[in-house]
Each structure stands twice: as C-alpha cells, then as structure tokens.
Design a binder for this molecule. Structure first.
Ligand code: DQA
Length: 148
C-alpha cells in the first residue's frame, strides 16, 4: 500500500519548536519509526510551509497511485478553505492528524476546516498520532492490500 505523509507550516521545525507542546522528536525520528512499524507500506513524505504547494501535492497524489494520505496541515487546518476544497476534490482518503489535542488549546484551534472532508481525525497523541493514522488507513484498505 502507498501512503503519503504530509506536513504543513512550521512542522519542519519539530524537535526544536515549542518542545513542551510538540515534544523533542524530529520528523525524521517519526518517519524512521513508521518505516520500521509499517515495513510493508510504501511511505512517502512531503512538507511545505506554503498552502499552494500542499494543494499541488494533494492533487498530484490523486494521480500517482497514493492510496491514503496522513495530513497534519498545521495552522492551515484552522484557516484554509482551499485545502478543504482540495481534499474534497480527490478520491484518496485523508486522515487529519495533530500532535497536540487542538480542543484542549486556544479557541482558535478548535475549528478545523478539514475535519468535515477527512476520513477521520486523530489528535493529541504526539508522534503516535501519525502511527495511529497509518494503522487506520492500512486496516481499511481492501483485503488484498492488507499486511499479512
Ligand atoms: C498542530 C496544531 C495546530 O493548531 C498548529 O498550528 C500546528 C500543529 C499539531 O500538530 O498539534 O502547527 O497541527
């Protein structure tokens, strides 16, 4: 199965960014862990600080054989109608993830423009949020594609 992990703005600074909120592990640590845990899954990674680049990558994923997307859109989660529309426009299931529990934080983080068009949302489990999302996507895949 081919899964794309996507991170939005400021998530390239994981490990150094507000460690009390986001922890000290880097995204490379997270990807190493995911590749170990899901050895049979082909995992691609894309990060951008730009909304347009994230939209371009979502659109490309619709045509490159990607079967599931794990998306942490960072702050664009709370602002972007354009990302909402992009997710809506593709047939690939998208799982929204957040490291922090956005509902236990500031009010402006309580609204997600993406949740209504995502297959599901996982938040609050730190880096484990990504693993839980990959697990959800692989378990939902048609039986022929499931790991044995
Ligand atoms: C985040 C939560 C967002 O509110 C914030 O803007 C981020 C990270 C998270 O993973 O907890 O950049 O998506």
């Amino acid at each position: 199965m081919k899964i794309l992990i996507m991170n939005g703005p400021n998530l390239n600074r994981l490990g150094r960014r507000e460690p009390s909120v986001y922890g000290t592990a880097t995204m490379d640590d997270c990807l190493d862990d995911l590749r170990r845990r899901f050895a049979d899954v082909e995992l691609a990674y894309f990060q951008s600080n730009s909304e347009g680049a994230l939209i371009d990558r979502l659109q490309a994923a619709a045509d490159d054989g990607t079967e599931g997307i794990v998306l942490n859109a960072g702050a664009y989660t709370h602002t972007s109608v354009a990302l909402h529309d992009a997710i809506r426009s593709i047939d690939v299931p998208v799982v929204e993830v957040h490291l922090s529990n956005i509902y236990a934080r500031e009010d402006f983080r309580h609204r997600s423009y993406l949740s209504p068009v995502c297959r599901g949302t996982i938040c609050g489990f730190g880096m484990r949020s990504y693993a839980l999302a990959v697990e959800a996507l692989t378990e939902e895949a048609p039986p022929a594609r499931r790991q044995q």
